[in-house]
Design a protein around this ligand. Structure first.
Ligand code: PEP
Ligand code: MG
Length: 755
């Protein structure tokens, strides 16, 4: 049962992780201090009977003493160098760092036996139980105990101890990286009592040992095909390796190491792709706070758009523009934002709002721009007139500096050091490898030439959703669309819309040209018209006030929006279709038109009649429950489908995202009534079933029907896996989510093939 490192064959289920690695390292002829493993079945017996196999352990201790040529037990004649000291450590099949006990410097039988009992009993200490619960580790697994001869890094001046990584865990650069402390034991470093130096010091002090360590680290890396985190000790000029495991690393390092290992032939390209996690890509894509754990946030809001920024606080969009002109960093703080604020949002480095959820105007606009945003930070009491806000008793006035972290939702009342986003060569390389494996297309949600340029940089194969309402979001254009809305009759509307037509044509032409022949799907106007009007309290014009009241709706999300507006006011959709067609003529682009909020094929037929026999592809957004149920009929008329999973989720659950996230979703998640926020991870059992049915019925009519997803779920890894399984053809996501979509679409393909 009890096996010495040099006799056992590796078996993690019996020996646990640490034990198996010691067996493997001994097999590789690494200089591992000798020892033996008391396996997990002994632990089980101990749990049942409360007894250890004493005779067997004693015999093992005697052989260990023989192997080392030292004396174990109280032998008054043995000098300290002749005495055998042993350590006893836990070794579970799943690593549980620091949760169980370790006992060092044991020199007689009784101490040992007690230490083994202590290690076995520590499997059930409160810390370990809680760790297992949090990490879903079964209490049945149990632990082995490793008994090992100790070596002493504090023996003399030719001794020391340290920890090295086989590659830099922050950057991924090849070569030994780590720390070393002369005349010390590991505990001296762990306890923080002494500060180690870079491992280069060892190279100066003991170059031969350093070279040996370097060679061993490389050999271990080659064996495990993974970057290693290695503990070592030098005792009287002799190197010992105490432990090795795969090392924790930053996102940037994870990407570089995966790519380098593939290039060095240690792993395949497929393995490299599978080893990169979506979070690794995200960590590289956004600016972030350097060591955020050092700082305490003053407040937290919703993490609406990732990235971190600091800057001077302003409360009005034009101030943001003015500060930006002076090259000052600026954070625009608003109660909530509206289309009128767009210039200020554009000029600001980050946005902070006290109201609004993850689909508020601020959240949607900043996410698309790739600009950090914290929204719905309710602890903020904003006084726009006095240009200040108060939070937890502190008052911050215009011009003072704060930091917002849109990745976590944290707000800090000072400037914090930031780490720049850096898209590395390895980042692009691993994604281009991923492209060779994936079948789903990855397109972009992009509304402006700037967004298109960004999307192309990240590898978009097309634009799957160009939301046209955003193009009205500048002050000059708001004036024009308002003229249209205020027009008394159809003739006046047609007149008013001419001014917009010219601008729309320019918008589309610029986007089409930027895409250089790659396909673009333009979605016709979706917003309710009242969204383009000021708030009633913001205007004194009685006609405008009357119009605002006329257009008021009880439930705007379920009201006069999408294709319904296009049917009530054909001038708008006709204008948009004409501008698209003319821009296509100018640029020779590959264009499709998509209609939002469709519930019946008659809507599609009606809109198609607007366009004088244009040869253009028409698709429908599938974002109402009825559209899913009528998918077969819709497929007869539509050239493609694109699931708007944001609206489809709201429609399926019958709750609006804003209200759900603000009012009850947290409680639902805490109580386990829902497992995930359905606006983040697609709800497979409800929304997913509707999607699956719609695809099935659609393809019955049109077997080669292209089906996209352009809601936010298209950039979420678990949802991407589901979309793949139900036969989605392409994903369309905002520019910064493109890398994750490319990676996960390839990973899911490889996982399926491997099954
Ligand atoms: C959707 O509903 O998922 C969608 C993409 O459209 P929007 O978010 O513009 O409503
Ligand atoms: Mg929608």
């Amino acid at each position: 049962m009890i096996d010495f490192f040099d006799h056992a064959s590796p078996d993690a289920n019996l020996q646990g992780n640490k034990g198996t690695n010691l067996v493997v390292m001994t097999g590789l002829r690494m200089p591992v201090p000798p020892g033996f493993i008391i396996p997990i079945d002994v632990f089980r017996e101990f749990q049942q009977k409360g007894q250890l196999p004493l005779a067997e352990i004693e015999a093992a201790l005697r052989s260990l003493a023989e192997k080392t040529g030292k004396v174990f037990g109280k032998d008054p004649s043995a000098s300290s160098e002749q005495a055998l000291y042993v350590s006893v450590r836990s070794s579970a099949p799943v690593s549980m760092p620091g949760m169980m006990d370790t006992v060092l410097n044991l020199k007689d039988r009784a101490e040992i036996m007690a230490a083994i009992e202590r290690i076995f009993s520590s499997w059930n200490n409160a810390r370990a139980i809680e760790y297992r619960r949090l990490n879903n580790i079964s209490p049945e697994l149990g632990t082995a105990a490793v008994v090992q001869a100790m070596v002493f890094g504090n023996r003399n001046e030719r001794s020391g101890t340290g920890v090295v990584f086989s590659r830099n865990p922050t950057t991924g650069e090849p070569g030994l990286f780590g720390e070393y402390l002369g005349q010390a034991q590991g505990e001296d470093i762990v306890s923080g009592q002494r500060t180690p130096s870079p491992v280069k010091l060892l190279q100066q002090e003991m170059p031969v040992i350093y070279a040996e360590l370097e060679a061993k680290a490389q050999a271990l890396e080659r064996h495990f095909r993974e970057m290693q985190d290695i503990e070592f000790t030098v005792e009287d000029g002799r190197l010992f390796i105490l432990q090795t495991r795969s090392g924790k690393r930053s996102g940037q390092a994870a990407i570089r190491i995966a790519v380098d290992l593939a290039k060095e032939g240690m792993i395949s390209r497929e393995e490299a792709i599978l080893r990169v996690r979506p979070d690794d890509l995200k960590a590289v894509l956004y600016k972030r706070i350097d060591h955020p754990e050092k700082y305490t946030p003053a407040a937290r809001g919703l993490n609406a758009a990732p990235g971190a920024a600091f800057g001077r606080v302003v409360f009005h969009p034009l101030d943001a523009v003015a500060y930006a002109k002076k090259n000052e960093r600026v954070i625009l703080v608003r109660i909530e934002t509206s289309p009128d604020d767009i210039q200020g949002i554009n000029a600001a480095d980050g946005i902070l709002t006290s109201r609004g959820g993850l689909t508020s105007h601020a959240a949607i606009v900043t996410r698309a721009m790739g600009k950090p945003c914290v929204c719905g930070c309710e602890a903020l009491k904003i006084d726009l007139k006095k240009e200040l806000f108060e939070v937890n008793g502190r008052v911050i006035k215009k011009g003072e500096v704060i930091t917002v972290d849109g990745t976590t939702g944290a707000v800090y009342l000072q400037a914090l050091p930031l780490v720049e986003a850096e898209v590395t060569r390895e980042f692009s390389e691993v994604l281009s490898w991923a492209d060779e494996f994936r079948e789903m297309g990855v397109w972009a949600n992009a509304d402006t030439p700037e967004m298109v340029a960004q999307a192309l940089k990240f590898g978009a194969e097309g634009v799957g959703l160009c939301r046209t309402e955003r193009q009205f979001n500048t002050p000059e254009r708001l004036i024009l669309i308002r003229e249209f809305i205020m027009a008394e009759d159809a003739r006046a509307r047609t007149e008013a819309i001419k001014n917009l037509e010219k601008l729309q044509k320019e918008d589309f032409a610029a986007i089409f040209a930027a895409m250089k022949g790659k396909p673009v799907i333009v979605r016709l106007l979706d917003l309710p018209l009242h969204e383009f009007l000021p708030r009633e309290e913001e205007t004194t014009d009685p006609k405008v006030r009357q119009k605002i009241r006329d257009l008021e709706e009880v439930n705007p999300m379920l009201g006069h929006r999408g294709v319904r507006v296009g049917i009530s006011y054909p001038e708008i959709y006709c204008m948009q279709i004409d501008s698209i067609a003319e821009a296509r003529e100018l640029t020779g682009a590959n264009v499709g038109i998509m209609i939002p909020q469709v519930i019946t094929v008659q809507e599609l037929v009606t809109v198609k009649q607007y366009c004088r026999s244009l040869n253009i592809r028409f698709g429908v957004m599938i974002e109402t429950v009825r559209a899913c149920m009528r998918a077969g009929k819709l497929a007869q008329e539509a050239d493609f489908f694109s699931f708007g999973t944001n609206d489809l989720t709201q429609a399926t659950f019958s709750f609006s995202r804003e209200d759900a996230e603000k009012k009850f979703l947290t409680t639902y998640l805490e109580k386990g009534i829902l497992q995930d926020n359905p606006f983040e991870v697609v709800d497979v059992k409800g929304v997913g079933r509707l999607m699956q049915t719609a695809i099935e019925w659609g393809r019955k009519e049109k077997p080669d029907l292209n089906v996209g997803v352009c809601g936010e779920h298209a950039g979420e890894p678990r949802s991407i896996r589901f979309f793949h399984d139900i036969g989605v053809t392409y994903l369309s996501v905002s520019a910064f989510k493109i890398p994750v979509a490319r990676l996960v679409a390839a990973q899911v393909e490889m996982e399926q093939r491997g099954k």
